[in-house]
Design a protein around this ligand. Structure first.
Ligand SMILES: [Zn+2]
Length: 150
């Protein structure tokens, strides 16, 4: 069968790629077309990330995926200066961020912009779709100018 699955062990630049399975297929397909999908519970309205079979708040199985705004703010961060493995030695320094999405859920990602010394908690960010293979597009973030609340 072609077109759907990343083969186990598929790498890009020596880095492992995530495996796509039935639970995550829609999520990765969304990213490939430029949509970060969040799950909305039809029973209680809870919004969650990552993809799960049940609502994390009320355990209802009635969940629908909707595209997120792609906007949020830096909830926490850590700049990595020492590569976790040899495949990442050309990437350092890079900043791992915990982004609080405007819809509420938090997700771990990395910043695409540099000037790591200026990263601060609370800075607004927006998603960047980093396509690394036909199947895999990573959701990453860049800092943006603050917009008026509204
Ligand atoms: Zn629920």
């Amino acid at each position: 069968m072609r077109g759907g699955l990343a083969e186990p062990g598929t790498v890009t630049g020596g880095k492992p790629l995530p495996l796509i399975d039935d639970d995550t297929r829609a999520y990765w397909a969304g990213l490939a077309r430029g949509e970060l999908l969040l799950q909305h519970c039809r029973a209680c309205g809870h919004v969650q990330f990552y993809q799960r079979a049940l609502c994390g708040r009320c355990l209802a199985a009635s969940i629908e995926s909707r595209p997120a705004s792609g906007r949020g703010s830096i909830y926490s961060f850590s700049t990595v200066h020492r590569p976790p493995s040899a495949e990442f030695k050309d990437d350092v320094p890079y900043t791992v961020v915990l982004v609080e999405l405007s819809e509420g859920p938090r997700m771990i990602s990395t910043l695409v912009d540099t000037r790591h010394e200026t990263v601060r908690i609370g800075q607004p960010v927006e998603i960047v779709y980093d396509r690394v293979s036909p199947e895999i597009t990573f959701p990453r973030f860049r800092r943006v100018a603050a917009t008026p609340a509204g």
